[in-house]
Design a protein around this ligand. Structure first.
Ligand SMILES: [Zn+2]
Length: 501
């Protein structure tokens, strides 16, 4: 029963099968309080500190809808080009799970708040339109912690603990329509979609969208059918994939695995699977429940939701510039090619460069610092660019000092060294380390004369009219001054000193 034994290499699988993908993304909203009560919706509090009778499901407690959560959800729907329901209801989804104190989850079922939209994503030169089936609102569950086992799963654990802080935090679910026709690009398209959705949610300021903390979680559906069959295969659902890279890997693995099952004449089982981060594989979970197993019915403790058209239009007018439009605008303003723009995005440097430009740097300089020197530093220390201990404003200041001739590139790198080492602002580092370029003629002339005296043979060559030889003297002078001299001015002074006649 090894899942791995029957894998078909990816390219071979793609030559015979056509994948269809679909994504369900859960987003914890960044509201101050929970979905149906006043408990704080904060991450990282002491276990079971952010709770009250409502989110603990105590008898007699009644939920009240959080208006901000509705507002955020409508904004998400509008940004995804959805229709906003003028009337809809919450539904009770009944099932038992220890981390769900009420034994039901308040969710939305056949009356979602937002329906039928789309999101365009770019993959290479191609734009793919991902249909959005629905955006609905529900409450998050608590969290179980299984202690004593090797895997952190309940199997083999000595005991389990449960933390209800997360129970009742507003959770938006964004469900795509099935996405056929992407062929071998399916894994990349899945990743590009989650990336674009994350950027969109961040721009809307409705969530902190941190995949590693679970505020953005993805379930990835994958199915395969023989090429040209015109039918779709049975899909599996890989749960809680918690990084962009894992989204891509999980689709790829499912394609290789399902091709193996189909090649052997087997049938893909419709089931929930778990992505294994270490091995890059998926393993079977429970077989998928049908909707009727949940005994959905309209939530009797809540009034229906009927957002007025005026409110919806107000929210539409309040939408910020969305990421795709912003990228197009910046690309034009900065005069970048598609490839340059893709490089910025891939390095997660777009916002950093934009903030550096906003702080006064030229776009080309800002881009060079972040994609060049600073990317190299980030790689060396194994951190994200944004985690470096230098702010866009500080990078802009360094670029400004270079532009005004107070620093050359070499000194600027030393200034960044100091800033990254926590020695303070660029100006602090310049002052403390004595890094400013020497462009004062009196000081430079002393160094010029010293260089000429040390290399009389080269000086003679320059005197004879071969001015290109002055470069060697500039080099000597730069070594002598520890790279702090204004090289261009030093060269002018050398040529003046050695002018024939
Ligand atoms: Zn509560």
């Amino acid at each position: 029963m090894t899942d791995r034994g029957t894998l078909v290499p990816y390219d071979e699988a793609m030559s015979r099968y056509e994948p269809v993908i679909g994504l369900e993304t859960h987003v914890e909203l960044g509201t101050t309080t929970k979905m149906f009560c006043g408990s704080p919706a904060t991450f990282g509090a002491e276990p079971n500190a952010s709770v009250c009778p409502v989110c603990l499901g105590l008898p007699g407690s009644l939920p009240v809808i959080n208006r901000t959560a509705i507002e955020y959800t409508i904004k998400i729907g509008l940004a995804l080009n959805c229709s906003i329901a003028s009337w809809c209801r919450f539904a009770r989804k009944n099932y038992f799970y220890p981390d769900m104190p009420k034994n039901f989850q308040i969710s939305q079922y056949d009356e979602p708040l937002c329906t039928d939209g789309w999101l365009d994503v770019t993959v290479g030169d191609e734009q793919v339109r991902i249909g959005i089936e629905r955006v609905h609102l529900e409450e998050d569950t608590g969290k179980s912690l299984h202690v004593g086992g090797a895997t952190g799963r309940i199997h083999g654990a000595d005991y389990s603990l449960v933390d209800y802080n997360r129970a009742g935090i507003p959770l938006v679910e964004v469900v795509t329509k099935p996405v056929p026709g992407t062929g071998a690009l399916a894994p990349v398209v899945a990743r590009a979609y989650v990336t674009e959705l994350r950027d969109l949610l961040r721009a809307l300021r409705v969530s902190d969208v941190r995949m590693e903390e679970g505020s953005l979680r993805c379930d990835v559906n994958t199915s395969l059918a023989p090429r040209g069959s015109g039918a779709w295969g049975t899909r599996t659902e890989t749960k809680n994939v918690n990084s962009l890279r894992s989204v891509e890997r999980s689709v790829r693995f499912e394609i290789e695995r399902q091709a193996g099952v189909l090649d052997a004449g087997g049938r893909v089982v419709q089931e929930t699977r778990h992505f294994q981060e270490e091995s890059g594989t998926t393993t079977p979970g429970r077989s998928k429940e049908e909707a009727q197993d949940y005994r959905y019915f309209p939530e009797p403790d809540l009034v229906p939701l009927a957002p007025s058209r005026e409110w919806v239009e107000e929210l539409r007018a309040s939408l910020p510039e969305l990421p795709a439009a912003r990228r197009a605008r910046l690309q034009k303003e900065w005069g970048l090619s598609d490839l340059d723009m893709a490089a910025l995005r891939n390095a997660s440097a777009l916002d950093l460069v934009a903030e550096t430009v906003a702080a006064g740097a030229g776009p080309a300089e800002a881009r060079n610092w972040w994609l060049g020197e600073l990317s190299r530093r980030a790689n060396e220390s194994g951190v994200e660019l944004a985690a470096l201990r230098v702010t866009p404003a500080q990078v802009a200041r360094v670029a400004g000092l270079v532009a005004s001739g107070q620093l050359n590139d070499r000194l600027a790198r030393q200034v960044l060294d100091g800033v990254l080492a926590g020695e303070g602002s660029p100006d602090d580092v310049v002052a403390a380390r004595g890094l400013a370029v020497v462009s004062d003629d009196a000081a430079l002339l002393v160094a010029v004369d010293k260089a000429i005296a040390a290399h009389p043979d080269i000086a003679d060559v320059v005197r004879s009219g071969k001015t290109a030889a002055a470069g060697a003297l500039v080099g000597a002078l730069m070594r002598e001054t520890g790279g702090r001299a204004d090289a261009a001015r030093a060269r002018e002074l050398i040529l003046q000193r050695l002018a024939p006649g």
